[in-house]
Design a protein around this ligand. Sequence first.
Ligand code: CTP
Ligand code: MG
Length: 179
Amino acid sequence: MVFSVDSLFSALLFILPAYFANAFPVVAGGGAPIDLGAKFKDGNRLFGDGKTIRGFLAGVLAGTAIGAILGFILPGTAFAFFDSPITYAICGFLLGLGTMLGDLCGSFIKRRFGMKRGQSSLLLDQLFFLLFALAFALPLSPRGIYTIENIVFLAGITYVAHIGSNFIANRLGMKKVPW
Ligand code: CTP
Ligand code: MG
């Protein structure tokens, strides 16, 4: 594997809309849950109260907005992976949509295992959204992004960011446990 700093930096910029989409519902979410209280045949909620309509839309919008901003900044630079600004916005939308659907799928699976809202599962909480986001933006074929090195790097960074953000949230008193 050959890790090049330019390529890793491009990959980080590329995934930024997914990170924002993942984080934004925490502050912008609330209101009616997507499943409207519906239960699956196992008696547990379909997704649970942690997945709201407003949070979902806020996540997709946040991803699109960050994509649009990247479209203003990146074309013509060494880190560009598309030529047209509009493609960055579309990519942000797809990353946001993939992130929110991956997040929803993660919660669906957690509920099937009887896990309560907010109970953490590293794989389902952190890597599912990343995989979905990457899958959704794949058809746009961003230049030089989908390499083994970059995927490994993004999975690693996402893991570290997860540990880091939980530690900070714990220190700020927003979370009882530092994981
Ligand atoms: N959120 C939301 N709508 C979404 C996703 C998230 O409103 N579609 C908000 C909720 O307030 C949620 C918070 O963001 O509690 C954190 O999101 P997440 O960690 O994904 O949800 P959890 O509450 O941990 O629920 P789950 O166990 O289903 O993951
Ligand atoms: Mg959670």
